[in-house]
Design a protein around this ligand. Sequence first.
Ligand code: XIL
Length: 355
Amino acid sequence: MAGLGAAPAGSLDALARAKGLRFGSAVGAGAPLRDAKYRALLTAECGLLVAENEHKWYVLRPSADRFDFGPADRIAAFARESGLGLRGHTLLWNRDEFTPAWLKVHDFGSRPASAAEKMLVEHIKAVCARYPQIDSWDVVNETIDPATGALRDTVFVRAMGERCIDVAFYAAREAAPTARLVYNDYMSWLPRDARHRNGVLKLLEGMKARGVPVQALGVQGHIGAANDREPEPFAEHDPKAWRAFLDVATGLGLDLLITELDVHDKGLPADRAVRDRAVADHARAYLDLMLSYPQLKQVLCWGLCDRYSWLQGTSPRADKASKRPTPFDADYRPKPLREAIAAAFRAAPERTPWA
Ligand code: XIL
């Protein structure tokens, strides 16, 4: 894989690589991938990509007996043709809200535990086999309920119990023997996320104690205003508690990734320059903290340009202005956030890269 995904000199990926990191972005297979300017921006800045939705069950699995690999194949082909790496998100989004409707009412028959296990394992085998270029997988996404710190009640938990998480990791290990296996979640540095953080640590500690092959924690990194909550400019954050969390995770031997970085500017003033500055400064503080961990190996934005940010479609700003959460504006022009990421990479300590 050497040489794969080397973006041009001066790119965010080149700056990342100089420190043993990799930089990338999510991309959707629809309008974003059809947009030639956006494709050029992705190849100019990134060393790797991740499909925004196309590896999720609700896209891949129109029914129990069918796979639709079309959209994910388009992203995989673009990554390959552009010499970009690819990471996978996600083999199991263990959250009923994002489970396909047919699966939520699926009849697993008289032996639901073994039928559900068979479906989960076969899904993971088929998807991993289809995308051998993927070198790290979010095996499980968001299985911890932030309100309780316990595992969410989901179709697989109901059918086969909490062991569905371990089963997913063992299946991924077998189906993708050389891929890095990641647990991904959105616990954050907000004081109110203490229960979420503790729940994630409990899960990871349990997996490690049982010998489950989890290798890294994916920190989504949706920072800034708390989505769908009160419209504060930036919710208060607690770097000390966040470090304590990361210390425990890395103490378990896990590597770290920022998998979905963006800065929600929902509550910031309308003035664009003010907003862009605040977004950039907030991200810089976050990245400096994260990059101080040599275990942090990759940084991916959840979209590179504001035109395609998922945040445009969630909890609108009071003034209805379009949001500016990503490094490039809606017309692909770099913003202060791009420079903040570049500066954070330049200042970052070197680390041993993932092979
Ligand atoms: C989001 C996508 O960006 C949206 O297009 C989709 O409608 C919902 O999912 N955490 C995750 C991602 O793990 O998969 C989510 O992506 C954003 C939050």
